[in-house]
Write a protein that binds this ligand. Structure first.
Ligand code: FAD
Length: 303
């Protein structure tokens, strides 16, 4: 399966034009830290557009996010982006955390509201002295000067948005405030992405809407999260993982094949930017990036 798709050549995009980014979460234990850093070292030679580090729900990983991006700035050639949320924080807390990120060398923030403190599905209450909307956070970050700001986008709309149109207005507000890239929630049906892209462009939004690609290692866990996050799982997609609950090895092979098929579908229609949710594991994302034509910088220079 993988070798079949790797033989395909996109009409519109050459490997040189492809930009990949990779998302990690800050590790919780020394073992997880070691696993993350071996993933980072594997990805580094691919010279990705950027790598991003998430910010735990309610800001719970502030220190670990900061430690990880600081180390990325100091010890690697990678361009790190720190995710940053405004949930549960006052404007002055946000300002001092931002200053700390900037002092560490971070020049790219993925600005987010964050999930409600009671969890997905509960009411979002802004901090009384905080930012009510992500667009306000984006404006605050941009006021710091030369900082690149990416934001989220929801091809199936954010679960709290009453309508698609209000969801697109919220995206537009974030861009008007200064965001220059949006990264999508994961999706499995490429038509969902292209329909969304049409709606986004019809709103006059021109910034890159980078598809978020989730190689699905654990289908059941993904299905549970997707249900909460408002991301649909097509029946044909679920069938691919049918009966593999106890068969991790086959599941991983299937996950690689399915994700490869998805990125080739996007590539064939001219998509050149891809954001990989790595779950801190290099192998699947690395293999898919390889299929897209990305090679370690030393090999590309030699070619
Ligand atoms: P927002 O753009 O803030 O939208 C949330 C809701 O508010 C929507 O219903 C929207 O329509 C509405 N809204 C937004 N702006 C306005 C406005 N100006 N006026 C009226 N309504 C408005 N969560 C974390 O905790 N940490 C992370 O590191 C993290 N990384 C993520 C990365 C990506 C790529 C994505 C897609 C999501 C990530 N999330 C993360 C999850 C995100 O925090 C949640 O989905 C959260 O519920 C919404 O925050 P947001 O910034 O994505 O959405």
């Amino acid at each position: 399966m993988i070798s079949t798709v790797s033989a395909r050549v996109s009409r519109d995009v050459t490997p040189k034009e492809i930009r990949a980014s990779f998302e990690f979460f800050p590790p919780k234990s020394p073992e997880a830290d070691q696993a993350l850093w071996s993933t980072i070292r594997r990805i580094e030679p691919l010279d990705p557009a950027f790598v991003s580090v998430t910010y735990g729900a309610g800001g719970t990983t502030r220190e670990r996010t900061l430690d990880t991006v600081t180390r990325l700035c100091r010890e690697t050639t990678l361009k790190p982006a720190a995710h940053f949320t405004c949930v549960g924080a006052s404007k002055s807390d946000i300002d001092s955390t931002l200053e700390t990120f900037i002092a560490a060398g971070v020049r790219h923030i993925v600005a987010l509201r964050g999930d409600p403190q009671g969890g997905i599905g509960t009411n979002y209450e802004p901090h009384p002295d905080g930012y009510a909307q992500t667009s306000d956070l984006v404006a605050a970050i941009c006021s710091k000067g030369d900082i690149e700001v990416s934001v989220s986008a929801y091809p199936e709309k954010h679960p709290e948005s009453a309508t698609f149109d209000s969801d697109l207005d919220a995206l537009k507000a974030k861009i008007d405030a200064g965001a220059t890239r949006a990264i999508t929630q994961f999706f499995f049906d490429n038509d969902v992405y292209f329909r969304y892209l049409n709606k986004v462009r019809a709103k006059g939004i021109t910034i890159p809407i980078v598809p978020g690609i989730l190689p699905v290692e654990n289908f059941l866990q993904t299905a549970q999260f997707a249900a909460k996050a408002g991301a649909s799982i097509p029946a044909w997609f679920a069938r691919r993982f049918d009966g593999l609950e106890q068969d991790r090895e086959t599941r991983r092979l299937v996950a690689a094949a399915v994700a490869a098929e998805q990125v080739f579908g996007l590539l064939d229609q001219g998509v050149a930017d891809f954001h990989f949710y790595t779950m801190n594991r290099a192998d699947l994302a690395y293999a898919i990036a390889h299929l897209l034509g990305l090679r370690p910088a030393s090999l590309s220079r030699a070619a």
